[in-house]
Design a protein around this ligand. Sequence first.
Ligand SMILES: [Zn+2]
Length: 279
Amino acid sequence: MVQNQPKSKSISRVKVITKHYSICICSSLLYLAFVSAVFAEPVKALHLVDLTHSFNQTTIYWPTSKSFEMEIVHRGKTKGGYWYEANNISTAEHGGTHMDAPAHFSEGRWRIDQVPLEKLIAAGVVVDVRSKTKNNPDYRVGKSDFVDWEQQHGKIPEHSIVLLLTGWEQYWPDKKKYLGTDAQGDAKNLHFPGFAEDAARFLTKERLVASVGLDTASLDYGQSEDFRAHQIFGAANVPGFENVANLSKLPAKGFRVIALPMKIGQGSGAPLRIVAEIY
Ligand SMILES: [Zn+2]
């Protein structure tokens, strides 16, 4: 028995070592399998669509607003031999692709820097009303247009970003066609579609949307004098995106909107970079 003890110890040590190696080999194989699986999986490319017009001298602004200006501070080689570019810019808040903060038409509501990110990054839907606006630049997109959309695509989910495709982008950057007038200061002869009052109530009260947007210069149609849609969306703390681009490149649903305005302290509006990620 005494002689056998070391033998049995040695056997059990061999068993332990063998077991240890087995675990090592198994772990290595698992690791290799995992690594090859990860690398074999093709990286899913994001399908992104830029919904933003560039800011430059052709950017369309409200007739009573200052336009975009860029002054070149330096563009060229310096005495030190290296290249250097820098510019000064100035712009009204409301022009080009931009965001209206709820405070724009509603006292006490969020200003640009107070709007929570949850309102700006959310699932989106596109409501195509081009057949209605085609021969009517003063068309107001009503509740019935959204109800029609829902019959085809299902209920607009709560906390969505609802985007209107009126087709007005086809006129950008021709001010006369896009706004109805190209006269500086003329806010009386504006003609383009927008949200009707009943649509603004429906989207804010019955669908609890996060934000809204469209491819015209204003949430309200051009001939509006009381800006009811702005007032209703603002009162409900719903931001609005105006002069949005490339909406015809999006599906009716199945995408996420990422809309990040310049964070202007106490701003009523701001230049906006808005993109969509199609799922
Ligand atoms: Zn605006």
